[in-house]
Design a protein around this ligand. Structure first.
Ligand code: ATP
Length: 384
């Protein structure tokens, strides 16, 4: 196993804008690192540079303490698991797993013992004689991982391995990959555009936008302390609400009314004119379901709810509002990156499942003012 250090990595295709722009990421030995971001952010290019499938324009790629920029892929001892698993349909599970050992001309006894060990770890021992076509998606994924395990690779690299699967299987495979990675303790770099995968799998997550590393942190830090509008909008589902706002004293003026902020938070945005307030749906609630003590920790306002979605364990209320021209440009750009979520014109409010708020109602909504983020509209930087 090995640590992977990316130092000031740049990738340019032709004369264009760099696909990867001065990215430095240290993946610790045994760590599960996620590279996440919207389409075109450079995450696959970065992964391909780790494996050696893409030349590095400048910077250093260091694996296990050794600079590998000029090393061919086969000399890097890394195992890549692709989206389609790249299994051979005519070979049995045993032979698919054994493939890299056969290629390396290893003796039969070694092939036998390594494949048996790997298939035990992966709980594939009962399926060794079957062909990939007769396996479930999850089992195929494990065969692909088995092939990586028998090679004693220094690290696993995954490029969107679950994106072809349906939602249910994706959830199962996610758990399975997480479990296996922990059991094997192998350094892993995993590329995805799906923030849920990133949050549930990663020890740490590197969020990329347009080739630039935005934030490298644990899932919890990304969620609670996003450094800018982009990370705040990308991480979390449904996404954070962004509202034009102004701070006067300790009052945050929102399109629906004003909210009292904790003093230290208010001080960070006082006198800045129009800023962007970011509040996650789950930091709102139906004021009617809360006890007095909880209610006192936040502020309430009245909002006209036009749609309610009830999901059993929670519900969401939607409140339309006028897009503000002051912050329209920044939010329109963010919407493009977030794949068309309409964050400019509606507020999404999380409700307890026992809330009785109905569509068409003017409802009393509570907001947890300690959870409000304030962003500089020019730079997108989180001021709080
Ligand atoms: P996706 O999720 O869509 O695969 P990504 O985040 O993995 O996107 P990359 O595939 O790494 O992004 O691409 C980053 C940028 O580099 C994009 O703008 C892409 O168009 C460009 N790019 C990628 N490969 C090439 C290439 N071979 N030649 C020219 N430009 C490329």
């Amino acid at each position: 196993m090995a640590a992977i250090e990316m130092r000031n990595i740049v990738k340019k295709y032709g004369d264009g804008f760099p696909a990867v722009n001065d990215v430095s990421i240290d993946v610790e030995d045994g760590e599960f690192m996620i590279l996440v971001g919207p389409s075109g952010c450079g995450k696959s290019t970065l992964l391909r540079m780790i494996v050696g499938l893409e030349d590095i324009t400048s910077g250093d790629m260091v694996i296990g303490g050794k600079r590998v920029n000029a090393l061919a892929p086969r000399d890097r001892n890394l195992a890549m698991v692709f989206q389609n698993y790249a299994l051979y349909p005519h070979l049995s599970v045993f032979e698919n797993i054994a493939f890299p050992l056969r290629l390396a001309g290893r003796p039969e006894s070694e092939v036998e013992s390594k494949v048996r060990d790997a298939s035990k770890t992966l709980e594939l021992d009962e399926h060794l004689q079957r062909k990939p076509g007769n396996l479930s998606g999850g089992q195929r994924q494990r065969v692909a991982m088995g092939r990586a395990i028998v090679r004693d690779a220094d690290a696993f690299l995954f490029d969107e391995p679950l994106s072809n699967l349906d939602a249910k299987l994706r959830g199962q495979m996610r758990t399975e990959i997480a479990r296996l990675q922990k059991r094997l303790g192998i350094t892993t770099v995993y590329v995805t555009h799906d923030q849920t995968e990133a949050m549930t799998l990663g020890d740490r997550v590197a969020v990329l936008r347009r080739g630039v590393l935005q934030q490298l942190a644990t899932p919890r830090e990304l969620y609670t302390q996003p450094v800018n509008l982009f990370v705040a909008g990308f991480i979390g589902s449904p996404p954070m609400n962004f509202l034009p706002a102004q701070v006067n004293g300790d009052q945050l003026e929102l399109p629906f009314g004003s909210v009292t902020l904790p003093k230290d938070k208010a001080a960070k945005a006082e006198g800045r004119g129009v800023i962007i307030a970011g509040i996650r749906p789950e930091h709102f609630n139906d004021a009617a379901v809360l006890d007095a003590q909880t209610k006192a920790k936040g502020a309430t306002f009245t909002a006209h709810v036009d749609v309610v979605e009830w999901l059993g364990h929670e519900a969401y209320a939607y409140v339309p509002f006028e897009a503000s021209p002051d912050v329209a440009d920044q939010l329109a750009e963010l919407e493009r990156d977030l794949d068309g979520e309409s964050i400019r014109t509606q507020l999404v409010i999380g409700l307890d499942a026992n809330s009785t708020i109905a569509k068409g109602e003017d409802a009393e909504i509570w907001v947890d003012s300690s959870e409000v983020h304030l962003f500089d509209p020019a730079t997108g930087e989180n001021l709080t």
